[in-house]
Design a protein around this ligand. Structure first.
Ligand code: ADP
Length: 388
C-alpha cells in the first residue's frame, strides 16, 4: 500500500503521523515549512510544496494511497482536482470538505440543516454597507469574523460601538475585500465540543463530549467531565447528539469536530466545525482507548468505521492544558509543577523550532482515574506554574 498522505505540516500532522507509525503504516506529509512540527519530526517523509502549486500537489497525491488534511486552508477546488485528476481518494472528500472550507460555507451548511446558531449574516460588500447592515439589523455588541484563515480567535473581533467598527473592519481586511460574517454576541455560559468519524452513509463514531475553557479566544483547558450541572448537561448533550446525527445524515465522510455554545438555560448554538483532527480532542490520546488520531488513521487505512470501537468512545476523567510559549527563541524547555497522586501527567511538545509568547507549543494531559480530584483547580494552577 502506498503511504497515507497528509496535506499540512503542523502539530496535527505530527500527531496523526505518530499514530500511523504506531500502527506500522507509512505516511507522507506535504507542507510549506521545513521547520514545521511534521517536517522536523519526519524529515524523510516530508514533501515541501505550497497549497497553490497544482503540479506539486498532483505529484504528491500520486505517491499516496489516500489523502487527508490537517487544516482547512486548501480550497475545495484543489481537493476536487486531486480526486478527479490524480484519481486519489481524499478523506474528507471534496463534497464534505466544501462545507467547512470557510466560515461562510459552514454557516450556510448549518442553516441548510436548520441547526441553531447565533444570529448570523454575511457582511455586504463594502465597509460602509456593512456599517449600515450592522446598525439596521444588529445591536452592539456584535461579533465580526473573517470567513477565511482565522484561527485561535485571530480572525474574531467583538465590536461594542460604531467607533470600534471601522478599525475592526480594517483589522479583518474587510476594506481590502476579505469576506466577513456578522454575528450577534451571545451570553455563553459554557463551551462544549465533540468530534465524529462519519462514513458518508449516516453512520458515525463519537469521540467524548468535552468542555473547553477559553481565554482571549484561545482554548486553555479541555475537560472530559464537563462542569455543567447534571440537568443542564443532559439538556445540552441531547441537543448536541441530535445535531451530530443530523450532520452525519447529511452524508459527510471523514473526521469532523464541532464547537458549541451552551446558554444558561442549557440550550445549544453551534459555533463552528472543522473537517479534521482538533485541539479539543488531544485528551483522547491519553484518556481513551482510541484517540482521534488513531480513529482517523484506521479509517484511512481500513476504509470503514472500525467495528471494534464503541459508537461513543468512553473517556477517563482528565484535563488537557494547551502549553503556550512564554519566551521567544529556539532554546526553550518545559518545566512542570508536581501533581498530586494519583494524577498521571502526559506532556507532549510539538517540536516547533521556535517558541513565541502565546504560540501553541504542546499540550499536557492530566488523567485522574480515581475521578475524585478537582481537575479544574489543578489545571488552573498548572497554567500559572508551568514554564516554557
Ligand atoms: P476561531 O475560529 O478563531 O477559533 P471562534 O469563532 O471559535 O474563532 O471564536 C473564538 C471565541 O470567541 C469562541 O470560542 C467564543 O468564546 C467567542 N465567540 C465567538 N463567537 C461568539 C458569539 N457569537 N458570541 C459570543 N462569543 C463568541
Amino acid at each position: 500500500m502506498n503511504p497515507i498522505g497528509i496535506l499540512g505540516d503542523g502539530q496535527l500532522a505530527l500527531l496523526l503521523a505518530e499514530s500511523a507509525k504506531a500502527r506500522g503504516l507509512s505516511i507522507l506529509g506535504y507542507g510549506e515549512d521545513p521547520n514545521s512540527s511534521f517536517a522536523r519530526a519526519f524529515p524523510s517523509q516530508f514533501v515541501l510544496g505550497t497549497k497553490k502549486d497544482a503540479t506539486a500537489l498532483h505529484a504528491f497525491a500520486q505517491q499516496c494511497s489516500v489523502l487527508t488534511l490537517e487544516n482547512e486552508f486548501y480550497s475545495s477546488e484543489s481537493i476536487k482536482k486531486i480526486e478527479s485528476e490524480a484519481g486519489v481518494r481524499v478523506i474528507p472528500d471534496s463534497k464534505s470538505y466544501q462545507h467547512f472550507e470557510n466560515k461562510i460555507a459552514q454557516h450556510q451548511f448549518f442553516e441548510s440543516l436548520l441547526i441553531a446558531e447565533p444570529r448570523t449574516e454575511i457582511a455586504a460588500g463594502k465597509p460602509d454597507e456593512t456599517l449600515t447592515q450592522i446598525e439596521t439589523r444588529f445591536q452592539y455588541p456584535v461579533v465580526l469574523k473573517r470567513s477565511q484563515g482565522g484561527y485561535d480567535g485571530y480572525g474574531v473581533r467583538v465590536v461594542s460601538s460604531r467607533e470600534q467598527l471601522t478599525p475592526a473592519l480594517k483589522d479583518l481586511a474587510h476594506d481590502r475585500g476579505e469576506k466577513i460574517l456578522i454575528q450577534e454576541k451571545v451570553a455563553i455560559a459554557y463551551e462544549l465540543a465533540q468530534g465524529i468519524l462519519c462514513d458518508g452513509k449516516g453512520n458515525f463514531i463519537s469521540l467524548p463530549l468535552v468542555e473547553t475553557i477559553q481565554r482571549n479566544g484561545i482554548c486553555e483547558i479541555v475537560l472530559s467531565r464537563p462542569t455543567l450541572a447534571p440537568e443542564l448537561l443532559k439538556k445540552a448533550s441531547s441537543q448536541i447528539q441530535s445535531t451530530l446525527e443530523k450532520i452525519a445524515k447529511s452524508g459527510i465522510n471523514g473526521l469532523f469536530h464541532f464547537e458549541f455554545f451552551v446558554l444558561k438555560d442549557g440550550s445549544v448554538l453551534i459555533n463552528e466545525g472543522a473537517p479534521r483532527p482538533h485541539n479539543s480532542q488531544h485528551l483522547s490520546i491519553d484518556a481513551c482507548d482510541t484517540s482521534q488520531f488513531d480513529l482517523l488513521v484506521r479509517y484511512l487505512a481500513e476504509g470503514k468505521l472500525p467495528s471494534d470501537v464503541p459508537k461513543v468512545i468512553p473517556s477517563k476523567p482528565g484535563a488537557m492544558i494547551n502549553l503556550l510559549g512564554q519566551t521567544s527563541g529556539s532554546d526553550y524547555t518545559l518545566s512542570l509543577p508536581e501533581f498530586p497522586a494519583p494524577i498521571e501527567a502526559y506532556a507532549k511538545l510539538y517540536q516547533k523550532k521556535d517558541s513565541r509568547p502565546g504560540r501553541k507549543m504542546g499540550h499536557l494531559n492530566l488523567i485522574d482515574e480515581s475521578g475524585k480530584l478537582n481537575l479544574v483547580e489543578i489545571a488552573r494552577n498548572t497554567l500559572k506554574e508551568y514554564r516554557l
